[in-house]
Each structure stands twice: as structure tokens, then as C-alpha cells.
Ligand binder design. Structure first.
Ligand code: ADP
Ligand code: MG
Length: 477
């Protein structure tokens, strides 16, 4: 198989987080379980109704544009994209074609062509056995006309890995901006991947694989296409421009429409919504509202907390986690200026995360306060808790939300004082004369036996190294 130069361009859709739909006041509620309740004559496409654009949705797209270094188009307008499908009650989709909201920008070195705004379609539910017993399709219009952002990249990506990395970073940015939950599992983010290969630097003929709904399917579909097209070229044949679908079960792309069969959408300017100047949106204020973005956070975390890039990446990957970490660290540093914050990082990202994952607890309903995690880290730092005790205490904090100080007091956990430990050591020495004699004769294993006895009596509330040191002191004197 020859080596060709693969090129990929992505068209990424994301459902925007708004209270109401794109052109009416029906609710945009992705959690709604009952079908066809968030609908009205406008989003159901009844004749004579008029669409009114959702300002919030427009602002969301402009913000994404600013976050990616793009430019709001001075003038923007909506267009009609005409086609018939049962999930599209109007038989056209209001989209943008000639004058999208945002032009240009880059992300992870990939140039962005534009970002536009459109409305989502409803959901079709196919039932093989048939919801009515004979293989029917049901339509839920709750999603019809929910604001949908579409970002189109330049053909500027060259590997499946980079395509997925681009999508993941975009997903994170959308979450940071609070404009979309961008959850692929819930269909809130999906992508079409355009893929071509060429023997030289020129652009080859592309295939577009539509509706990829997981990072894994994006990755697999791109690699599948690269291989499929490479094999075609190797045989001396030509790749035909076409639209393909992705069969996740079979892990292969399947032809849907050739270029000749491509739909002509007959785009024309939406007559019911006048074109508008984006200046009316208050662009400066929108720009100023952009929060710290993931890459800025990673860089700041590395600098400010002295953690490595990988740790910074893990924290920045979840805003709630990053905020929690920062709160805990600031509490910790008040007590222990210049102290080692890796204890907080480790307990937060492994032990606490483990407890949260096991119980499906999110940060919103987490009982452990950041200041309490900081206090736990301080105790560990001061050598008052062994890691076993710290884990138990954290388990208790997770269940009850209690302050670790109180838990330690009420459960009398914690390392015994040196006096307490020494008293136990002396008692154990007095009670085990034979083991003591063995040890003095050179049987070092006896020391382990004695330490075990003392540890048992202290119920684990001692550090093994401290016990050993006190035993040795008394046994050699
Ligand atoms: P269309 O309007 O037919 O969808 P566009 O020119 O808008 O076509 O491109 C759609 C997507 O396809 C963009 O992401 C673009 O980067 C990508 N693309 C265009 N040509 C190629 C190519 N030869 N190989 C790979 N991707 C391509
Ligand atoms: Mg396209």
C-alpha cells in the first residue's frame, strides 16, 4: 500500500444552551422525557407563523468566534435550506449560507472557515418491531428548531488523532463558555468528516462521512476512509466525491449519495428575518465576557502551582474539578505557605474522584468541602495521618460531609502522640520477653512481630517508622 497525503476538514454541530428555541418561545429542554410537549405553531412550521431569532443563541456563536480568534461578520443573515424530511416540519431549515455569523479563527493550529447558526431537526424513532407492532417510525419534535451551531474547518487536518483532539478541545471551549453541554452521547455535538487522500500536495477528491456521534467513530471513520481511498488509488482507479454514512457495528463507511445525486437545497435569503448588523449585539461586551479558556488555564496552572502539563490538562479538562482544586489549594496555602500541593492533587484526582465515580456523584452534590480536603492534606503533611487513615477519613467525609478534624476527634483516629506510642512499646516489651530475647540474639524478624503487636494495640494509629525507631531505642539500651 502506498503512502498518500490525507486531508481532513470537519463540520461540527453543537446544540446551544438557551432557555427557548431558535425562532420561538418553545422551551429548549434536552431533559424533557415526554415527546412533542415543547412545540408551538412556529417550530411546527404552521403556515403564516413568523420566526423571531433568539438573541442568546446568536450571542453564543459570536462568543465562540471570539474565543477562537474569529471575526464577527459585519452583516449577517439567515437563509432557507430547502429539503423534505419527516423530522423537518417546515420542509426547509433556517440556516446561514452566504453571510454566516463568524468568519475565520484557528484552534490547535487548524484554520476555521466560518461558524454559522441554524436550527436542529426533530428526532425520528425507528422501531424494527414497530412501536405499534408493525415497524413504524415515530417523530418527536421537541428538538425541532433548537439552536444549532455549525463550525466548518478548512481542510487543514491530516490525521484522525488530530481531528479528535480538535473536537475535544472545541467541546471543552464550548463548556467553558457555557454555550453548550456538547455531550456527544446525548447528540448535543456531532460531526461530519470530509476526507481525501492525494499522492502529492494537492487536494484529492473527498468523501464526506456524515453524522459521526462519538469521538471513536470520528477516529475510526477517518482511518477507514484513508485506507479505502488509498486502496482505490493504488488500483489506479479514481475516488468519487460522495456522501457516506458510518456503520458503527460493522466499523465501515457506506455510500449514501454520489455527487450527481447531491441535493440541491435551493438556498435563498430567509424572507421572514431581515439581515442584521452584528454591531447591534454589543460586540465589545461580548468579547469582554469571554472567560479564561482551557489552554490559558493549563498554562496558568503549570506556572502557578508547579504541576506538570499532564496534571494541568487533567484539571483543566473539567471546570468544576479545576475550580475545586483551586479552592482547596488556596485554603491549604493559607495554612502551609509554600507547602506541597501534590497531596491535594492526588487525593482529589484519584481517591475522591474514585468515590465520586463509584457513586455517580458530581461536584454539584459533593459533600466534601474544598476547605475540608485542604485540612485533610494539612494533617497528612504534618504526619498526623497515615495514608490508610487519610483514605478512611476521606471515605467518612464523603459520606457525611464532616470536617476531618471532627472525624479524627470523634473516632479517635490519627497518629498517637509519641508518649502514647512509647507507653505501648514498653508494655509490649514487658509482655513478650521471649521475642525480646530472640531479637537481642540477632533474630531481626522478632522486631517485626513486636511492631505488629504494638500496632494492633494502637489500632493502626502509629507510623511504622516511628514504632520501629522507639522499639530499637528501647531494645538496644
Ligand atoms: P460543501 O459546501 O459541499 O459542504 P465546503 O467547501 O464547504 O463544501 O467544505 C466542507 C468541508 O469539507 C470543509 O470542512 C472543508 O474543509 C472540507 N473539504 C473541502 N475540500 C476537501 C478535500 N479535498 N479534502 C478534505 N476535506 C475537504
Ligand atoms: Mg458539507
Amino acid at each position: 500500500m502506498s503512502e498518500y497525503h490525507p486531508t481532513i476538514g470537519l463540520e461540527i454541530h453543537a446544540e446551544l444552551k438557551t432557555r427557548t428555541k431558535m425562532f420561538c418561545d418553545s422551551l429548549n429542554d434536552p431533559d424533557e422525557k415526554h415527546p412533542n410537549v415543547n412545540v408551538c405553531p412556529v417550530c411546527m412550521g404552521h403556515p403564516g407563523t413568523l420566526p423571531v431569532p433568539n438573541r442568546k443563541a446568536i450571542e453564543h456563536v459570536i462568543k465562540v468566534g471570539f474565543a477562537l480568534g474569529g471575526t464577527p461578520n459585519a452583516r449577517s443573515r439567515f437563509d432557507r435550506k430547502n429539503y423534505f424530511y419527516p423530522d423537518l416540519p417546515k420542509a426547509y431549515q433556517i440556516s446561514q449560507s452566504g453571510q454566516p455569523l463568524v468568519i475565520g479563527g484557528t484552534l490547535k493550529g487548524v484554520k476555521i472557515n466560518h461558524i454559522h447558526l441554524e436550527e436542529d431537526a426533530g428526532k425520528l424513532m425507528h422501531d424494527d418491531a414497530g412501536a405499534d407492532g408493525n415497524g413504524s417510525t415515530l417523530v418527536d419534535y421537541n428538538r425541532a428548531s433548537v439552536p444549532l451551531m455549525e463550525l466548518v474547518t478548512e481542510p487543514d487536518i491530516h490525521t484522525a488523532e488530530d481531528a479528535v483532539a480538535f473536537m475535544k478541545e472545541l467541546q471543552l471551549i464550548l463548556r467553558y463558555l457555557g454555550v453548550s453541554d456538547a455531550d456527544l452521547e446525548r447528540g448535543q455535538m456531532r460531526a461530519d468528516a470530509n476526507i481525501s487522500v492525494s499522492p502529492d500536495g494537492t487536494l484529492g477528491t473527498r468523501a464526506e462521512v456524515k453524522n459521526l456521534n462519538s469521538f471513536n467513530s470520528v477516529f475510526q471513520a477517518i482511518n477507514y476512509e484513508i485506507k479505502r481511498q488509498t486502496e482505490i488509488l493504488d488500483k489506479g482507479e479514481t475516488v468519487h466525491q460522495e456522501t457516506r454514512g458510518w456503520d458503527d457495528a460493522k466499523q465501515k463507511s457506506i455510500p449514501q449519495r454520489s455527487k450527481e445525486e447531491a441535493q440541491d437545497y435551493r438556498y435563498f435569503p430567509e424572507p421572514d428575518i431581515p439581515p442584521f448588523e452584528t454591531a447591534i449585539l454589543g460586540l465589545e461586551a461580548l468579547k469582554d465576557s469571554i472567560p479564561e479558556l482551557p489552554e490559558q488555564k493549563r498554562e496558568r496552572f503549570v506556572k502557578e502551582y508547579g504541576i506538570d502539563r499532564k496534571a494541568a490538562d487533567a484539571l483543566a479538562g473539567d471546570i468544576a474539578l479545576a475550580n475545586y482544586f483551586e479552592e482547596a489549594v488556596s485554603e491549604f496555602r493559607e495554612e502551609v505557605p509554600g507547602g506541597n500541593i501534590s497531596t491535594i492533587y492526588n487525593y482529589l484526582t484519584s481517591d475522591l474522584r474514585g468515590l465520586m465515580n463509584a457513586t455517580g456523584t458530581g461536584f454539584a452534590d459533593l459533600k466534601v468541602r474544598p476547605e475540608h480536603l485542604a485540612q485533610l492534606a494539612i494533617f497528612i503533611d504534618q504526619g498526623k495521618l497515615t495514608s490508610r487513615m487519610a483514605k478512611d477519613t476521606l471515605g467518612n467525609m464523603f459520606k457525611t460531609g464532616a470536617d476531618p478534624e471532627e472525624i479524627i476527634k470523634s473516632e479517635s483516629i490519627g497518629i498517637g502522640s509519641e508518649d502514647e506510642v512509647e507507653a505501648v512499646v514498653l508494655a509490649v516489651i514487658a509482655e513478650h520477653a521471649a521475642a525480646v530475647a530472640d531479637y537481642k540474639k540477632g533474630k531481626t524478624a522478632s522486631l517485626q512481630f513486636l511492631i505488629g503487636k504494638a500496632m494492633g494495640r494502637l489500632k493502626g494509629r502509629a507510623r511504622p517508622d516511628m514504632l520501629k525507631e522507639i522499639f530499637e531505642r528501647h531494645l538496644t539500651s
